[in-house]
Ligand binder design. Structure first.
Ligand SMILES: *Cc1c(COP(=O)(O)O)cnc(C)c1O
Length: 447
C-alpha cells in the first residue's frame, strides 16, 4: 500500500471551540496576585491592560470548551488546517524504528504558531471598542503576527522590539512595518521607562523586560489602547489548542496515537497548544489511567542556558524584569535572570506559564534541556531530510525528538512520536551561518 505523508483536514472539520485545560485540572493553577496587597487579581483587574474577554479566559477554571468566534474561524481558514506530516526521511536517516510525525505550524504568512493567538486577541479588542494594541517582541515572531492581525481587524499597532534583536534580525522589523505597525527599539526615548533606562545606561541593549515595561506604559497612558502578550499567559495557550485539536483528528487519519509528544518551550504556548488536547484524556480520568487507555510521555524542550523547567524554582515571581506585572505562580529562574544571547530568541524567558508549572509539579509532563549546538545540528539534519529550515526555537523540539528516536533504535521500540514544528527559520539565516562557520557556543546556566 502506498504510504501517506501529509494529512490535512477539510474546512468543515476545523475546531469550533478551544480546549480550556484549567477546567479539567485536578489541582488548579494558583491565582495571579497583586504585588503590593498580595490579593488575588480578578478579571476586572486584568482588564485594565488586556482585552476584557482575554482577562475572563485567563481566569476561567470552569468551562472546558470556549467557542471560537466565527470571524476568527474565518481568518483561521486562510491557513488552517496545518499539515500533519510523517517524517519518513528523518526516520530513515536516524535508522530508527520509531514513527515520527510533526505538526507544521510554519506554513502561514507569518511563519510561526503565534498568529493563532494574535487573531483572537485583536478580534476581542476590536469588539470591545479598542483602537490601538501594543506589545513587546524579542526575535520578532510575535510582533510580526500581531502586526498582521491588527491590520486585519483595523487596529493601530505599536511594537517595542528588543534593540539588540532588532539589529540581529532586521527583516522582522521590516515585516512588522510592511503590515503597517510602528516599531521602536527598546529601550526607546518615547516612554518614561525607556528614558529612565537610557539615562542610566546609554548603550543598554534592551531585553524583554525593558520592552514589556514600555508597552505596558503605552497601554496604560493611551486611551483605547490594550496590551497583548504572545506567550506565557493562560489565554494564549488556550488559543493555541487549535494545534492539538487538529492533530488529534489527523493522527486518527494516520491510524496512530502518539506515545510521546514534544514541543520547544519558551513560555509554554506552543507546547500547551499541542499537548493539552491530548492531556485531557488523562486529566478527565484523574486516577492515573487515561480515559482512552493511553498514557503519553509529554516532553517540553528548553535551552540548557535558560532551564526554568528543570532547574527553576516553583514560586510567585514577576513576569518582567522591572516588576510591573502581577505576581504569577511559576517555575522561574528569577525575574532578574539575564539569559545568554542564544539565537532561539523565543526561548529566552525566565519563567513558565502557570498552567504548565502546575502540570509539571504534578508529574503530568517533564522538561529536557538542549544545548544550543545540539539544536542547530538537529535543525540541519531536519532541513536536509525534510526540506524545511526550522526556526532555532523549533530546533530544540527536533533535538529532543531525535534523542527519543535514537533511544528507540537501542531498544527496538516502535514508538509513535509527535512534535510541533513551531516555525520556520528563513529570517534566522545569520544564526545558521554562525553555526555553519563553527562560531556557535553552548552557554551554560550558572544558577
Ligand atoms: C515564540 C516562539 C516560541 C516560544 O514560545 P512558546 O510560547 O513557548 O511557544 C517557539 N517557537 C517559535 C517559532 C516562536 O516564535
Amino acid at each position: 500500500m502506498e504510504k501517506q505523508k501529509r494529512f490535512l483536514l477539510p474546512e468543515s472539520e476545523l475546531p469550533r471551540q478551544w480546549y480550556n485545560i484549567q477546567a479539567d485540572m485536578i489541582n488548579k493553577p494558583l491565582p495571579p496576585i497583586h504585588p503590593q496587597t498580595k490579593e488575588p487579581l480578578s478579571a476586572d483587574d486584568l482588564a485594565h491592560i488586556f482585552a476584557a474577554e482575554c482577562a475572563r479566559q485567563e481566569l476561567d477554571q470552569t468551562h472546558s470548551w470556549i467557542d471560537i468566534p466565527d470571524e476568527v474561524r474565518e481568518r483561521y481558514k486562510a491557513y488552517r488546517s496545518t499539515p500533519l506530516v510523517r517524517a519518513y526521511a528523518l526516520e530513515q536517516a536516524l535508522g530508527t524504528p520509531a514513527h515520527i510525525y510533526f505538526k507544521n505550524e510554519s506554513v502561514n504568512p507569518l511563519g510561526s504558531h503565534k498568529i493563532n493567538s494574535a487573531l483572537p486577541q485583536c478580534y476581542y479588542c476590536k469588539q470591545e471598542g479598542v483602537t490601538n494594541v501594543t506589545t513587546e517582541t524579542g526575535a520578532g515572531q510575535w510582533g510580526a503576527a500581531l502586526s498582521y492581525a491588527a491590520k486585519t481587524f483595523g487596529l493601530e499597532c505599536a511594537v517595542y522590539q528588543v534593540k539588540i534583536s532588532m539589529q540581529q534580525k532586521p527583516y522582522r522589523s521590516s515585516i512588522m512595518r510592511t503590515f503597517g505597525a510602528t516599531v521602536e527599539g527598546s529601550p526607546s526615548m518615547s516612554t518614561r521607562a525607556g528614558k529612565d533606562i537610557i539615562t542610566r545606561d546609554p548603550h543598554h541593549p534592551g531585553s524583554l523586560g525593558t520592552a514589556i515595561s514600555e508597552a505596558i506604559e503605552l497601554a496604560t497612558t493611551t486611551p483605547n489602547c490594550k496590551y497583548t502578550l504572545g506567550s506565557v499567559l493562560n489565554h494564549v495557550s488556550l488559543h493555541q489548542t487549535v494545534i492539538g485539536l487538529e492533530a488529534e483528528k489527523q493522527m486518527e487519519m494516520a491510524g496512530e496515537y502518539p506515545d510521546t509528544i514534544i514541543a520547544c518551550f519558551g513560555g509554554g504556548s506552543n507546547f500547551g497548544g499541542l499537548a493539552f488536547p491530548f492531556m485531557r484524556h488523562q486529566l478527565q480520568k484523574g486516577n492515573g489511567k487515561s480515559s482512552n487507555g493511553k498514557w503519553i510521555d509529554f516532553i517540553a524542550a528548553e535551552p540548557s542556558s535558560c532551564p526554568k523547567l528543570t532547574k527553576g524554582k516553583f514560586e510567585y515571581d514577576f513576569g518582567d524584569s522591572a516588576g510591573y506585572t502581577p505576581l504569577l505562580p511559576m517555575f522561574t529562574l528569577g525575574h532578574d535572570f539575564k539569559p545568554a544571547n542564544i539565537h532561539a530568541g523565543g526561548l529566552r524567558y525566565h519563567g513558565a506559564g502557570t498552567i504548565v508549572s502546575q502540570l509539571l509539579k504534578d508529574g503530568y509532563m517533564r522538561g529536557v534541556d538542549i544545548p544550543q549546538t545540539e539544536s542547530f545540528k538537529a535543525g540541519l539534519l531536519f532541513a536536509q531530510t525534510e526540506g524545511i529550515i526550522p526556526a532555532p526555537e523549533s530546533g530544540h523540539a527536533i533535538a529532543a525528538t531525535i534523542r527519543e528516536a535514537l533511544a528507540c533504535k537501542k531498544t527496538g521500540e516502535e514508538k509513535v512520536i509527535l512534535f510541533n514544528l513551531s516555525g520556520h527559520g528563513l529570517i534566522d539565516m545569520t544564526a545558521y551561518d554562525s553555526f555553519l562557520n563553527g562560531d556557535l557556543t553552548d552557554p551554560v546556566y550558572e544558577g
